[in-house]
Design a protein around this ligand. Structure first.
Ligand code: CP
Ligand code: NVA
Length: 317
């Protein structure tokens, strides 16, 4: 069987934020994620990146991102290098710029999980190969590609759906704001005061939503956000790097738990998403995340397919 040819329009691009991609380009990635998922399920070899190498720099922990990128590039005919910042010279003070210049001489793409978004941007500015954001304090674009793929699988469409995010205005919330507003999903975010998403992200999302004909709501009221929603999303109350705030956050966020009482306000056929890892009994009850509306395992699987699409489209010859 001959494989479908990759379109060349995204070749060489970085994925630092979904804001840099047009709605058509995001949909193209999602379509390729579906194609690659089907090929993998059929066990049809699809070595679009034969002989290529991805460097994966991790300054924070990871299960899904590491394993899905590493498995994904292997399935595409390439290989991955896991580089913990504890082991490479970056952790001893070598600059991001020099790391980018050197890695670009060895590998065909760099994925990085780090703290500051500016680190990813600096890496991309000095690398001559595509750079992929595997999570920063500000954004988590790869997660949201998998989320959108999952929503479309379950609902058959994206435009016109309502997605509610309840919890912390964090990296996942920010990338959902961008991804949903780009693709015309209405997004409602409920956070405690003081934990709202960053104003510059909300402003950009409002612009994208205006172009797509959808809406952005930021509220303190979880019921208002969840009412009539087709997709419910939450995330941990304390993200990586905020461990020392855990106890204080547990108090502040308690009214923002996705539980049976709150989800009763959603559309009857709502789906529940969570990027994982989850803390049952905090941001979500076990009854919801392990219940019949939960799509979290398909969502986790789709990290593999969505990121394979990103790698194939960006890192192709
Ligand atoms: N959702 C996610 O990015 O998971 P990991 O932290 O395990 O990579
Ligand atoms: N908001 C979480 C997501 C983990 C995948 C964090 O940054 O820790």
């Amino acid at each position: 069987m001959s494989l479908p040819p990759l379109p060349a329009n995204l070749k060489g691009r970085d994925l630092l934020t979904l804001a840099d991609f047009s709605p058509q380009e995001i949909l193209q990635i999602l379509d390729w994620a579906d194609v690659l998922k089907k090929l993998q399920k059929q066990r049809t070899p699809h070595h679009y990146l034969a002989g290529k190498t991805l460097a994966m720099i991790f300054e924070k922990s990871s299960t899904r991102t590491r394993v899905s990128f590493e498995t994904g590039i292997y399935q595409l005919g390439g290989q991955a290098l896991f580089l913990s910042s504890r082991d490479i010279q970056l952790g001893r003070g070598e600059s991001i710029a020099d790391t980018a210049r050197v890695l670009s001489r060895y590998v065909d793409g760099i994925m990085i999980r780090t703290y500051g978004q500016q680190v990813v941007e600096e890496l991309a500015a000095h690398a001559t190969v595509p750079v992929i954001n595997g999570l920063t304090d500000l954004l988590h674009p790869c997660q949201i590609l998998a989320d959108l793929q999952t929503i479309r699988e379950y609902k058959g469409r994206l435009q016109g759906l309502k997605l509610a995010f309840v919890g912390d205005g964090n990296n996942v919330c920010h990338s959902l704001l961008i991804g949903c507003s780009k693709l015309g999903l209405d997004i409602a975010v409920a956070t405690p005061p003081g934990y709202r998403p960053a104003e510059q992200i909300v402003a950009r999302a409002r612009d994208f939503a205006a172009a797509a004909g959808s809406s952005v709501l930021i509220t303190g009221d979880p019921a208002e956000a969840v009412r009539g929603a087709d997709v419910l999303v939450t995330d941990v109350w304390a993200s990586m790097g905020q461990e020392q705030e855990q106890q204080e956050r547990e108090k502040v966020f308690a009214p923002y738990q996705l539980n049976a009482q709150l989800v009763a306000l959603a559309a009857p056929d709502y789906i529940f998403l969570h990027c994982l890892p989850a803390h049952r009994g905090e941001e979500v009850t076990a009854e919801i995340i392990d219940g019949p509306h939960s799509a979290v395992w398909d969502e986790a699987e789709n990290r593999l397919h969505a990121q394979k699409a990103v790698m194939a489209l960006l890192m192709q010859d």
